[in-house]
Design a protein around this ligand. Structure first.
Ligand SMILES: Nc1ncnc2c1ncn2[C@@H]1O[C@H](COP(=O)(O)OP(=O)(O)OP(=O)(O)O)[C@@H](O)[C@H]1O
Ligand SMILES: [Mg+2]
Length: 589
């Protein structure tokens, strides 16, 4: 770590920190200000109890030293008891309120984060580690909640105690108090030093934790590949490196924080010696109007002030790490969805019309352009096919139709309406999709099929399952969940679930991306006849490597590295003797 000179260090409360705190306050706390006001009143009462206690003690001690009546002493004791009973009541009520306030604030913050997350583009999730997202939605928000609910409330209580009790002590003995607070600059210096170090280390620790969570996620979900490749030791080393980094970071944070206690202890020793010595001298010297009861009470007051003062100092150290967390959590809002809806977006369009790509330019990243002026027309209610080598852009075409990504130039229209002028929801509702990478949730097969159309009747789900040849498996497995990401299913079984989903969602446009590639030929043949029925009257786009399966398509498009090189019917393309004919030759051996 570089130790900058004090002048060039980043400020402990930067403009960004202040902005983040303001943001948190206006979004999640301000609406609760009446309740916060009530909490403040209760905390003030707690502080006043301490002041009253000191006053009562002083008069109680005087009664003892100056042989007052027992009855007076009893009265003092009763009052002191009731004072603390009031403080106790407040100590119960304050957390009741603050716990509710903070948990509700965190609930709302998570709700907003989840909402924002759902609106982000697919591209965001393709470049962001899931560990980072989990960390924001789980641990960082939780820590912030605990800090707001307990940390800040306690700090306010401590501050009130310090102010009220110190005020009383100054009033009683200004000379002694001034002498006692000479240690204050030292404590402030230590706290500043600690705060700054903590802030730096906390940022690094959060990063290390994010990497670690992500490592666990990747290793656990990729266990099959890990085991076959015998990479367990490598993964173990990777995770151990993560835990070691966290250990070192957390040790650094906590060792720095540990500097606080000894410096407080040292300062308090200094103060107590000063009060006993200096105060004792004042009692002995008739020049001062101070008695023993006054000094004992003063010492008691110092003891009462010291602990809250210490906690308050620690609070400012903790605040630095919380500011780092707040900044991390809020940074999610710096991500904006780029696929947005025109304000006058239409809901209805001719879903049976032609799908046209006109001069489409698209790149996943600026340095790798994929399509540069791509033109294609998929005829409405007919079956079109896209073929081409792996990586030629077939799946990307389908993704562009559903606006998972936006074209960078040119346009895509369906039935004459540009898809950018449609409500994203209505556009996507027009598609039934069997994707190449099938996503199965850890639920029953039945629920996995129902996912695309939760309102579907039981009969409709059975029909979809029968069409996709998965009904027998549903009967055999019942409600048993299929494992995380469908780990307990075979590739072909997953594919049949995806096909059943397409049958169930029953949308006017059907996209099949290698939909039957994992099936044996007998099963494929049976599903094919059901699929053919499904394609009737729907605009269908099929992506397939096995050319035999698309021979009867109305039009076939041949892509090569993002360019359309041929199009036509199966026999036309064969007759032309181009790329398609070559592919056919290779496949028929
Ligand atoms: N999410 C992504 N981010 C960045 N690049 C991508 C992404 N998806 C695909 N690509 C790249 O874009 C190109 C086209 O990919 P695409 O998935 O469309 O190919 P494909 O024709 O469907 O191939 P396959 O037959 O293997 O499924 C590839 O070079 C691929 O590396
Ligand atoms: Mg593909």
């Amino acid at each position: 770590m570089t130790t900058d000179s004090p002048k060039t260090r980043s400020p402990i409360y930067s403009a960004a920190d202040r902005d983040n705190m303001r943001w948190f306050w206006t979004h999640y706390l301000r609406s609760k200000s009446p309740w916060l006001g009530l909490v403040l009143v209760m905390i003030l009462i707690q502080g006043l109890v301490y002041q009253q206690f000191l006053a009562m003690t002083e008069s109680g001690l005087r009664l003892i030293f100056e042989s007052g009546a027992i009855a007076d002493l009893i009265e003092v004791c009763v009052v002191v008891f009731f004072l603390f009973a009031i403080r106790g009541l407040m100590s119960y009520l304050v957390p009741r309120l603050t716990v509710w306030i903070s948990n509700d604030a965190i609930y709302q913050m998570r709700r907003d984060l989840i909402g924002h997350l759902m609106a982000l583009d697919l591209a965001y999730f393709e470049r962001t580690k899931s560990g980072e997202i989990i960390q924001r939605l789980v641990t960082q928000t939780q820590q912030l909640g605990v800090f707001v609910g307990q940390g800040i409330a306690n700090a306010v209580r401590d501050a009130v105690t310090v102010v009220i009790v110190s005020g009383y002590l100054i009033y009683k003995n200004p000379i002694l108090f001034t002498a006692a607070v000479v240690v204050l600059p030292f404590i402030i210096w230590v706290m500043n030093y600690v705060s700054e170090r903590v802030k730096q280390a906390q940022g690094a620790a959060e990063h290390a934790l994010g990497e670690y969570i992500n490592g666990i996620e990747e290793t656990v979900s990729g266990m099959r590949t890990v085991k076959i490749a015998r990479q367990e030791p490598v993964e173990e080393t990777r995770l151990m490196k993560g835990t070691a980094a966290i250990r070192d970071m957390m040790t650094r944070v906590q060792i720095t924080q540990a500097l606080v206690m000894p410096s407080i202890d040292l300062s308090s020793a200094f103060v107590y010696v000063l009060v006993i010595g200096g105060g004792g001298y004042m009692v002995l010297d008739p020049a001062f109007d101070v008695d023993g009861a006054g000094i004992i009470t003063f010492l008691l007051g110092m003891v009462m002030v010291f602990d809250p003062a210490r906690l308050l100092a620690k609070f400012f150290g903790d605040l630095q790490s919380q500011l780092v967390l707040l900044d991390r959590v809020r940074s999610l809002y710096h991500e904006h969805p780029s696929i947005d809806e025109a304000p006058d977006a239409a809901e209805d369009f001719d879903t049976g019309g032609d799908i046209v790509l006109r001069d489409v330019r698209f790149a996943y990243s600026p340095d790798h352009p994929l399509f540069d002026g791509l033109n294609m027309t998929f005829e409405g209610e007919k079956v079109s096919a896209i073929v081409g080598a792996t990586g030629s852009g077939k799946t990307t075409v389908l993704s562009l139709l559903a606006r998972l990504y936006d074209v960078q130039d040119g346009e895509i229209t369906i039935g004459g309406t540009p898809i950018s002028k449609l409500k994203v929801d209505s556009l996507r509702a027009a598609f039934s999709v069997v994707a190449q990478d099938i996503v199965i949730f850890n639920n029953s097969i039945w629920e996995n099929i129902r996912y695309v159309n939760p309102q579907a009747s039981e009969a409709a789900i059975w029909e979809a399952a029968e069409n996709a040849e998965i009904a027998d498996l549903i009967r055999a497995r019942g409600d048993a969940p299929v494992g995380p990401k469908g780990a307990q299913l075979s590739g072909g079984q997953k594919q049949r679930i995806a096909i059943a989903r397409a049958f169930l969602s029953d949308a006017p446009i059907l996209l099949l991306d290698e939909a039957t590639s994992a099936l044996d030929q007998a099963t494929e043949a049976r599903i094919k006849s059901a699929l053919t029925r499904l394609t009737r009257g729907r605009t269908t786009i099929v992506v397939a490597h096995r050319l035999s399966s698309i021979a009867d398509a109305d039009r076939i498009f041949v892509l090569e590295a993002g360019r359309l090189v041929e199009q036509g019917r199966h026999d036309e393309l064969l007759a032309r003797g181009g790329l398609y004919a070559q592919l056919q030759k290779v496949q028929s051996g």
